[in-house]
Each structure stands twice: as C-alpha cells, then as structure tokens.
Design a protein around this ligand. Structure first.
Ligand code: ZN
Length: 137
C-alpha cells in the first residue's frame, strides 16, 4: 500500500490510535503525518495524571518526525473516538496542535479528518486563520 494516499494515511492513523494512552479521558486519537519526502510518522495521544504534560496525537507525530530530522510536511490524518469505539465523527486538531502545525507548515498544509466513512480535507489556514507565527518576530 502506498503510504502517501489519503486512504493509506487514514489507515495508519487508525492503527496508531490503537496505541493511545488515555486512561483519563478515554478518548483515543491517532495521527499519521506525511513528510515532504514521503515518510510517515505516527502519533497517539499520551495523557498524564497531571493533565498539563498530556500530548495530543498530532504533536506526538510532529515530535517524532522532528526528532528524525524532518521539517517539511505535506499532510496529516487524524482519527479519534472513545477507546472502545470505532471513530464515528471527525476529530479536528485542538488549538495547540494547530499552532504547532503553523510552526512547520504553510497555510495549504492538509488535515484529513476521517470518521471511518467519510473524509474531510481542511487546510491549516482554514483551521487557524490569522494565526500567530514567525512573521510576527
Ligand atoms: Zn491537540
């Protein structure tokens, strides 16, 4: 399976979701981040009893890719639902994750949201209009 299709990315995000550590919210989220060079990095949310250190699946995927030296990205697939349930709605990235995406991605970066039946493709500029960024320094 080619990893750079939307369907493949969503399938990988679904797989990553299985490894979510979410004992507090019970909501498992998976992400699959495609780099400009065609590699895919996975993320799953990792919660913490102190809540503040909790990381979303999207930021885990970005951290993993950054640690491997990647800085340019094409798109990310995100899926989420209660741990014991299959995704049944689109799970958009939270505001913090949108800001992290804005650090490394341009406005045309694509965010794929899947509920297991349909896929919605949004751009970062749609999700974070008028965002704060490097250009403000
Ligand atoms: Zn988030």
């Amino acid at each position: 399976m080619k990893q750079d299709t939307n369907e493949a990315l969503i399938a990988l995000a679904m797989k990553a979701r299985e490894n979510a550590y979410c004992p507090y919210s019970g909501i498992a989220v998976g992400a699959a981040l495609l780099t400009e060079t065609g590699e895919v990095f996975l993320g799953a949310n990792m919660e913490n009893a102190s809540f503040g250190p909790t990381l979303c699946a999207e930021r885990v995927a970005f951290g993993s890719a950054l640690a491997a030296g990647h800085r340019k990205f094409k798109r990310i697939a995100v899926v989420g639902a209660k741990k014991e349930c299959a995704p049944d709605r689109h799970f958009p990235p939270c505001g913090v994750c949108r800001q992290v995406m804005a650090e490394f991605c341009t406005g045309d970066f694509e965010i794929l949201l899947s509920d297991g039946k349909s896929t919605r493709v949004l751009t970062l500029s749609e999700l974070l209009p008028h965002g704060f960024g490097k250009e403000h320094f």
